[in-house]
Design a protein around this ligand. Structure first.
Ligand code: S1T
Ligand code: MG
Length: 541
């Protein structure tokens, strides 16, 4: 077996289902191995940010899987830094594989093409946005190095970086072993579980708040079982929107502080034992809290440790904690909390009125009510806040790192990896960045339904700078461009046209469907408007 095959089989054994990539001369030998070996399917996209976002989405959607992005050295890998930084921030297990110069090229005395300051600058840059790195320049140590890096990728649920010199791809190499997860200190785990349950039992209103790690580590079902066993209400963070959608957990809905349902805000912020599982303590999750949440009174299981009060229990994985709690937990209430199913807007009035963001939420909710839930992939902009008014279904969005450009390539990554047809929500500004990746659908038969929120502007920025003219964009007529890229385009000026376009798009398979929903300048979703008011109010205090 050669080094490439050892690496590819290891990726597959660790949960990778496919590779996303964009070749270049430093990685061509590896691409040749990929194509010849067929160990994993390879999908190429048109720009490295899209490659990174697609790999991110494949990893996110498959809770517990791995996303893999394969790029060339320098211009390729450095072009993907923002996407990898987003995966790091949002705890996504992605493997970055970059081609690199061969050993003899490093010694020939020339400055090499694609090189920046030094030949090791790229490795230094990726050290900042990955949890482990390896340069595969030694076939003897490669199996153990790859095993370590892939285990860290999964254990920490963060990206890792593998640099592959082009003269190493065909070197004989042993298979990569599968390292076991580190053993737990069972006494410490028992003490942690007992203290945690005692805190919940003493509390008047314990509440469970769940975040992204419960999807990353594939433990949503265990969380749902725990919530039912304990009989405590559950809310998700804004980043955790869509979690538990396929379970019967007593879900209150999404906690949005001043911008959300007051009953959920009150339950979370007044809880005297807030159990936070896999929750990032970020400004997007807690920045608009009505009342400041005293994290010391809470219990936080995140990043492989559990903290409560002034106690920290290190080296306790989320799954080990849940297994321990499920073994010992008793119900904390005489009966299950009322499973207040959150109400989402439905019944779009399909008339000649102009479209507002909430109309898009209604139209999508009506479509899912009739035809079943579909995964939603959202970019950043008001489309993300509108997504919060869509039924609780799988939602992929960089809600914390908040990079634009995610929506379209991530939707392609989701469909490539899972075969499911996504609905992609994207603003006109973000579509200008990576929307053109839709041109790759025809090669692979992908057929997402894309709704472009076309308000001809950077509307979210206008909420911060209402008088600025630089937020005004021109009308790009995206729907007209769709056929040239191999899809169908619909320009919807009214609510009736929006409904008709969605029905037609749903009925058409085998090519992407782009619905350009024309929104008036200044039209904001109610959720974004409440967020902006909340932030302003909190900042004025
Ligand atoms: C890659 C990138 N560049 C810039 C930004 C800043 C930014 C926003 C966030 C605040 O950082 S929201 C926004 C405008 C988005 O415009 P559009 O996609 O049309 O959506 P909408 O009109 O609904 O706002 C920008 C430029 C960003 N988040 N990501
Ligand atoms: Mg816009």
């Amino acid at each position: 077996m050669n080094l490439s095959l050892s690496l590819l089989h290891a990726l597959k054994a660790h949960g990778a289902r496919e590779l996303f990539g964009l070749p270049g001369d430093f990685v061509l030998p590896f691409f040749q191995q990929l194509e010849q070996s067929q160990v994993l399917p390879l999908y190429t996209l048109s720009h490295e940010p899209g490659v990174g976002f697609a790999a991110d989405a494949a990893a996110r959607f498959q809770g517990g899987g791995l996303g893999v992005a394969v790029v060339t050295y320098g211009a390729g890998a450095l072009n993907m830094v923002n996407a990898v930084a987003s995966s790091y921030a949002e705890k996504v297990p992605m493997v970055v594989i970059s081609g690199a110069p061969a050993a003899h090229e490093r010694r020939n005395g020339f400055l090499l093409h694609h090189q920046t300051r030094t030949l090791d600058s790229q490795l230094a840059i990726f050290r900042e946005i990955t949890c482990d790195q390896v340069v595969l320049n030694n076939a003897e140590t490669a199996p153990a190095d790859i095993a370590r890096v892939l285990r860290n990728c999964q254990m920490q649920s963060r990206p890792v970086y593998i640099e592959l010199p082009r003269d190493m791809v065909a070197v004989p190499c042993e298979p990569v072993p599968r390292l076991p997860a580190p053993a737990h200190d069972m006494e410490a785990l028992h003490a942690c579980v007992q203290e945690l349950l005692a805190r919940l039992a003493r509390a008047r209103n314990p509440v469970l708040l769940v975040g992204i790690e419960i999807r990353r580590f594939g433990v949503e079902d265990k969380v749902a079982r725990l919530a039912k066993l304990l009989r405590v209400p559950v809310a998700t963070t804004i980043m955790g929107r869509g979690l538990l959608a396929d379970t019967d957990a007593p879900l209150l809905g999404t906690y949005l502080g001043v911008a959300g349902d007051p009953a959920i805000t009150q339950a979370v912020e007044e809880s005297d034992a807030l159990l936070m599982l896999g929750v990032l303590v970020s400004d997007t999750n807690f920045g608009v809290s009505e009342r400041k949440i005293d994290m010391r009174r809470g219990i936080l299981a995140l990043d492989g440790q559990v903290s409560m009060g002034y106690h920290v229990y290190p080296d306790i994985s989320l799954e080990a904690l849940l297994d321990g709690l499920l073994e010992s937990a008793q119900s904390l209430a005489p009966q299950a909390p009322e499973h207040k199913t959150a109400r989402y807007p439905h019944e779009l009035k399909a008339d000649g009125e102009r479209i507002e963001p909430m109309d898009i939420a209604r139209a999508v909710n009506d479509l899912m009510a009739r035809h079943g839930r579909m995964p939603i992939v959202s970019d950043i902009g008001d489309c993300f806040f509108t997504a919060l008014d869509i039924e609780n279904t799988a939602l992929l969005a960089p809600g914390y790192y908040a990079t634009m450009g995610y929506g379209v390539p991530a939707g392609l990554g989701l469909q490539a990896s899972s075969g499911e047809r996504p609905i992609i929500l994207v603003g006109d500004g973000a579509f200008q960045m990576t929307g053109w990746e839709l041109g790759n659908c025809q090669r692979y038969g992908w057929d997402p339904i894309v709704i472009v929120f076309n308000n001809c502007g950077w509307e979210m920025l206008r909420t911060f700078q209402p008088t600025a003219c630089y937020n005004d964009l021109s009308d790009w007529h995206f729907a007209d461009a769709a056929p040239a890229l191999g899809g169908d385009g619909y320009r919807a000026e009214t609510r009736e046209q929006l409904q008709q376009a969605l029905q037609q798009a749903l009925a058409t398979r085998g090519k992407f469907q782009l619905i350009e929903a024309m929104l008036p300048r200044g039209a904001l979703s109610a959720t974004l408007a409440r967020f902006v008011d909340g932030v302003r109010r909190l900042q004025s205090q």
